[in-house]
Design a protein around this ligand. Structure first.
Ligand SMILES: [Zn+2]
Length: 182
């Protein structure tokens, strides 16, 4: 099975509400970044324990396991990018090809409970990093090699939309609906 690469430029999510998942990234304040990362990550163990975890809903959509592995790798990648943005002046970082990463990382063959634990660890790392940012750091710039430019703030807003959107992709409760009991 082949997944058709999603080559859309998603930076428009910084300008307006996403109709697919309902999230408005530009309204997210820097003080909310860490909490949103932790809240969305907390929804994944249930997704990765589902009986359909290895099933692709159709031939062009990832399985919940593949989405979970993608989110884990995204959390790790953005943690690295954040470090680069804090250490270098206006760094240029390469765009990431998630479909190539899925093939190289054999996402479909991974163990769901391992992915679940790794995803939570990666979320905790980047949430900790967001939590200690000071206001000047939110203004630090960076560029992506496809021409997009970000500040730490818009980079985090873009990233947070992705986290919410991927829960929508696997039909998991959105961030507002994640149960808080247990
Ligand atoms: Zn969305």
């Amino acid at each position: 099975m082949t997944i058709i690469p999603d080559t859309k430029d998603w930076t428009w999510v910084l300008e307006r509400r996403c109709d697919e998942c309902g999230f408005t990234a530009s309204e997210l304040a820097p003080t909310d970044f860490a909490g949103l990362v932790r809240q969305t990550a907390a929804a994944w163990p249930a997704v990765l324990a589902r009986p359909d975890v290895r099933e692709r809903p159709n031939h062009s959509t990832w399985s919940p396991l593949e989405y979970g592995a993608h989110v884990r790798d995204m959390l790790r990648l953005y943690r690295e990018r954040l470090t680069i943005m804090l250490e270098l002046d206006d760094p240029l970082y390469p765009n990431w090809d998630p479909d190539a990463a899925a093939v190289a990382g054999r996402y479909g063959e991974l163990h769901p409970s391992v992915v679940s634990r790794e995803l939570l660890d990666a979320a905790s790392d980047i949430a900790d990093a967001f939590e200690v940012l000071v206001p000047e750091e939110h203004r630090r710039p960076a560029r992506r090699d496809d021409g997009a430019s970000f500040t730490v703030k818009t980079f985090a807003q873009y990233f947070c939309h992705d986290l919410v959107h991927h829960l929508h992709d696997v039909s998991a409760p959105s961030v507002a609906e994640v149960p808080v009991e247990e």
